[in-house]
Design a protein around this ligand. Sequence first.
Ligand code: AMP
Length: 112
Amino acid sequence: MTDCLFCKIVAGDIPAALVAETDHVIAFRDIAPKAPLHVLVVPRTHVANVTEAAAQIPEVLAEMVAVAQQVADAETGGEYRLIFNTGEGAGQSVFHVHGHVLGGKHLAWENA
Ligand code: AMP
């Protein structure tokens, strides 16, 4: 996708603070962190949201979860919250699927 922010980060056209990468997934720090750990896990392939990812690239979605765990293992003792905002009304602003990996502080459920 030519006009997709995360495709540009995947391509290296826009810089990001990478923390992990595999053949299919990259993970980089969110530019506006909501917690001490706030990393985005993103497939290299463009799909719009987690529902499309589950249908079209399920193995890559599983790899995104594994990378989220790997990042949390390295930074927060393995504990994390993984969020996929899906749809504008749910807070999605970039329509290239990404999981928010949050942690490093007590995450109260009412703050979800
Ligand atoms: P969402 O609102 O769920 O679509 O999440 C998009 C996330 O991308 C937000 O948390 C933004 O802070 C983050 N973001 C936007 N631009 C960048 C960027 N250039 N580098 C890293 N994170 C970004």
